[in-house]
Design a protein. Structure first.
Length: 263
């Protein structure tokens, strides 16, 4: 059964809690929410069994958190703040893909974060302009109300077979319906290029682990290396995984191992 936290603007954020122990909040990336992401649901259960209170939530505009007046990075950070307050601060954050850049922004904004575990954050070049351009293009398509076009645009830099597979899957209507909620994903990635990263992330004091798969896209290892190098207490790890996906038990074990290693 879902619980609900109320964000600053009144948006109700739905979440599930499993386990007992230090809190870990799972922050989904693009197209992820509890009813559409069985891998993360399974991983939450396995991680909870290792002695953690695991919070898995639907980001605004998705699942049971579908109703929201706006979709900005600031809104999304406010949602996380409400969840941390409801769960008990401080909390570790696990960020998947663009959920990882949201986690970095939340920690940099001063939320009480005890640790960060970030899975394959798709960062562009430091101080590049590609993500800012993508944000402009995404907002144009959102304003035009073209749900198919929003998802196709968001996925334009991914392997073309990913988009083709999505279009031909039963989940395509679900994906197109959550288009507005992709704005904070893109905004957070643009933020990571808005200044030198050591400067952007100077306020992040939480131990941070950037994780990549053994078989991954070419941009992911350099992105993880950039996180490890520019966060004060950053490090990097590789797990058996491929194609931007992971096995629930493998990820649960890696998160638990890192969090248990901390003072």
């Amino acid at each position: 059964m879902s619980s609900f936290a109320t964000s600053r603007d009144g948006t109700r954020i739905a979440y599930t809690v499993e386990g007992s122990g230090p809190p870990v909040i799972l922050v989904g990336g693009a197209m992820q929410f509890r009813g559409f992401d069985p891998n993360t649901v399974a991983m939450a259960t396995l991680l909870a069994a290792q002695g953690f209170t695991v919070v898995n939530y639907d980001r605004r505009g998705r699942g049971e958190s579908a109703q929201a007046p706006s979709f900005t990075l600031a809104d999304t950070i406010d949602d996380l703040r409400a969840l941390i307050e409801a769960t008990g601060a401080p909390a570790a954050l696990f960020g998947s893909s663009s959920g990882g850049s949201i986690c970095l922004a939340a920690a940099a904004a001063g939320l009480p974060v005890s640790a960060l575990v970030l899975w394959e954050v798709p960062l562009g070049a430091e101080q590049g302009t590609d993500s800012a351009a993508n944000l402009v293009g995404l907002r144009e398509r959102l304003a035009a109300g073209n749900g198919d076009g929003v998802i196709a645009y968001y996925m334009k830099d991914m392997p073309p077979e990913w988009l083709e597979g999505a279009r031909n899957s039963p989940g395509w209507p679900v994906m197109t319906a959550m288009g507005p909620s992709l704005e904070p994903d893109t905004e957070s990635l643009a933020w990571t290029q808005s200044a030198p990263r050591a400067q952007l992330w100077s306020a992040i004091t939480a131990p941070t682990l950037a994780v990549v798969g053994e078989q991954t896209l070419p941009l992911m290892p350099p992105a993880a290396e950039s996180i490890a190098a520019n966060v004060r207490h950053g490090s990097m790890a590789t797990i058996p995984a491929a194609n931007h996906s992971w096995e629930p038990a493998v990820m649960a074990n890696r998160i638990a191992e890192f969090l248990r290693s901390l003072p």
